[in-house]
Ligand binder design. Structure first.
Ligand code: SF4
Length: 130
């Protein structure tokens, strides 16, 4: 499964709401896999990924309708958590992210995202500091 950096956060906090039915169906399937106890190998990519492929906002490969905004999310996730383009185990990298995450970091990365107040972002991603 290919995931872009900021989707390492979205896949943890997604709570069933999305852009349209096709997006939600794909998210439900992918997050069920990622949230299982079975380690999932993922490829981190700096561009559109397997979530984007089912999103109405994807214009073409590596181009989102909100490209500047989503690239800024990716850049901050890369910087805060030293994310590289590589293959790794989803459960390991997301655990490392949660261990380093603070409410201030989360606010800085996701504060202007429309899903931030809707999804379970703070509750899920700031577990380590609550
Ligand atoms: S909004 Fe953009 S970055 Fe987010 S899933 Fe859709 S295409 Fe990908």
């Amino acid at each position: 499964m290919r995931l872009r950096p900021h989707h390492l956060l979205c896949t943890q906090s997604y709570s069933g709401k999305g852009y349209d039915a096709a997006f939600v169906k794909n998210m439900n399937e992918l997050t069920a896999l990622l949230r299982s106890d079975t380690p999932v190998s993922i490829e981190i990519v700096f561009g559109t990924d397997d979530l984007c492929e089912h999103c109405p906002n994807m214009v073409k490969k590596n181009v989102c309708k909100d490209n500047d905004k989503v690239n800024a999310y990716d850049a901050k996730v890369k910087e805060y958590f030293h994310i590289k383009e590589k293959t790794c185990i989803y459960q390991d990298i997301t655990r490392e992210i949660r261990e380093k995450m603070t409410p201030d970091i989360l606010e800085d990365i996701c504060g202007n995202c429309g899903w931030y107040p809707v999804s379970a972002c703070k509750k899920t991603l700031c577990r380590a500091v609550r």
